[in-house]
Write a protein that binds this ligand. Structure first.
Ligand SMILES: C[S@@+](CC[C@H](N)C(=O)[O-])C[C@H]1O[C@@H](n2cnc3c(N)ncnc32)[C@H](O)[C@@H]1O
Length: 314
C-alpha cells in the first residue's frame, strides 16, 4: 500500500510462518520516512507529501483503490485464502458447538468491501443466521463496498443476508457504539492497523468481540513500512498521505496479548504468517509473473497476518 507497489498479472506464492519475538523501537512512531517508490521517487526528487486526514486520503483513493494494482492487496488476496478459511471454520465450529444459532461478523476498516465480499461468500453453516457488518471511516470507500456487496445479497436467495455498512471512526474508542460491546463472534481487519494507534486498535477489537471470539488481522510489514507508506497520487499529481504507524509482527502479538487476545494456530502451532517476494518471482518464474515494479521489494518482508482469539468462552 504505497504510491507504487502495483502488481499486475501475478501468480506467485512466497510465504512462511514466524514466531518472531524480537521487537524494534518503532511502536507508535508515525512513519515519517519518505517513500522510495518510483513514480518517481519522492526521496530523490524531494516532492512533498501533503498531509491529509486518513479519511480524506481514502475518500480520494476510493474510486481507483480496487484497480490500481497494489502489491499489498495482491499478497493479501493470496494469503487470505487460507486465513479466511481458518477463520470461518473456527467461528463456525464454536457457534455450532454452543448452539447460539447466530453469527455476527465484523469487517473493521472494510474499505471497498474487498474482503467483506469474501466473508459474504464464505461457507457459513446453513443452520446459523449469519450477519456481516462493515465499518470504515471513509464514506467513499464504504459506498463502493455497499454496492459491491449488494449484488451478492440478490444473487444468493438461499442466504438471506447482506452486509451492513456504517461509518465508524476507530481512532477513538468513544466512537464505537456501546451496544457492540462483546457482540461479534468474529472480526477481520485487513491492512488497517497501519493507520491506528495499536493500543486503541486492540482495545476496540477486544471490546467488540465476544469472549472466545476470533480476529483475523493483516497489516503492512514493518520492514516495508520503514521504506514506504499508504499514500495516493491524485489526478492533479499531488501526493497525499494520511496517518501511518509502523508495527512489527512481534509488537502486534504483544499488544494483542495485552488486550486479552492470544495468537492461535492450526495443528497446535500458533504463528504469524509473513510474506516476502523472492528474486525468482519477479518478471518470470514457474509460479507466474510479478510486475517489474515489485522488484524493489524483493528481499523485504511486506505483509504479515495472524488469527487471534479473545480469552474466555461464549
Ligand atoms: C488499506 S485500506 C484497507 C481496506 C480493506 N480492509 C482492504 O483490505 O481492502 C485501509 C482502510 O482503513 C480505513 N481506516 C483508516 N483509518 C480509519 C479509522 N480511524 N476509522 C475507520 N476506518 C479507518 C480506511 O478508510 C481504509 O478503508
Amino acid at each position: 500500500m504505497t504510491f507504487d507497489t502495483s502488481v499486475v498479472d501475478v501468480q506467485v506464492q512466497r510465504s512462511f510462518s514466524s514466531t518472531e519475538t524480537n521487537t524494534s523501537a518503532s511502536t507508535g512512531k508515525e512513519n515519517m520516512l519518505p517513500s522510495e517508490d518510483s513514480n518517481e521517487g519522492l526521496a530523490r526528487h524531494g516532492s512533498p507529501y501533503k498531509e491529509v486526514s486518513t479519511d480524506e486520503l481514502y475518500d480520494q483513493w476510493a474510486s481507483t483503490y480496487d484497480t490500481d494494482g497494489n502489491i499489498l492487496q495482491f499478497v493479501d488476496d493470496l494469503q487470505m485464502r487460507n486465513l479466511m478459511e481458518q477463520f470461518v471454520r473456527l467461528c463456525s465450529s464454536r457457534t455450532l458447538a454452543n448452539d447460539t444459532g447466530r453469527l455476527d461478523i465484523l469487517d473493521l476498516g472494510c474499505g471497498t468491501g474487498r474482503n467483506t465480499l469474501k466473508l459474504l461468500q464464505s461457507p457459513w453453516p446453513s443452520s446459523v443466521e449469519t450477519f456481516i457488518y462493515g465499518w470504515d471511516g471513509s464514506q467513499a470507500m464504504l459506498d463502493i463496498g455497499r454496492s459491491k456487496c449488494a449484488d451478492v445479497h440478490h444473487s444468493t436467495p438461499d442466504r438471506q443476508f447482506g452486509a451492513l455498512f456504517e461509518v465508524v471512526d476507530i481512532s477513538d474508542p468513544a466512537n464505537v457504539p456501546e451496544q457492540c460491546d462483546s457482540f461479534f463472534s468474529g472480526l477481520i481487519s485487513t491492512l488497517v492497523l497501519e493507520h491506528i494507534k495499536i493500543e486503541t486498535y486492540f482495545a476496540i477489537t477486544a471490546r467488540v468481540l465476544k469472549p472466545g471470539g476470533y480476529a483475523l488481522i493483516t497489516n503492512m510489514h514493518s520492514d516495508m513500512g520503514r521504506l514506504s507508506r499508504a499514500g495516493y497520487k491524485t489526478a492533479s499529481g499531488e501526493r497525499i498521505k494520511g496517518t501511518s504507524y509502523i508495527y512489527t509482527p512481534a509488537e502486534t502479538v504483544e499488544a494483542a496479548a495485552a488486550a486479552g487476545l492470544e495468537l492461535v494456530g492450526e495443528a497446535g502451532e500458533a504463528a504469524v504468517d509473513e510474506w516476502m517476494f523472492g528474486e525468482e518471482d519477479v518478471g518470470h518464474g514457474e509460479r507466474g509473473k510479478v510486475a517489474e515494479r515489485a522488484r524493489k521489494w524483493v528481499g523485504t518482508k511486506v505483509w504479515y497476518g495472524m488469527v487471534l482469539r479473545k480469552r474466555g468462552f461464549w
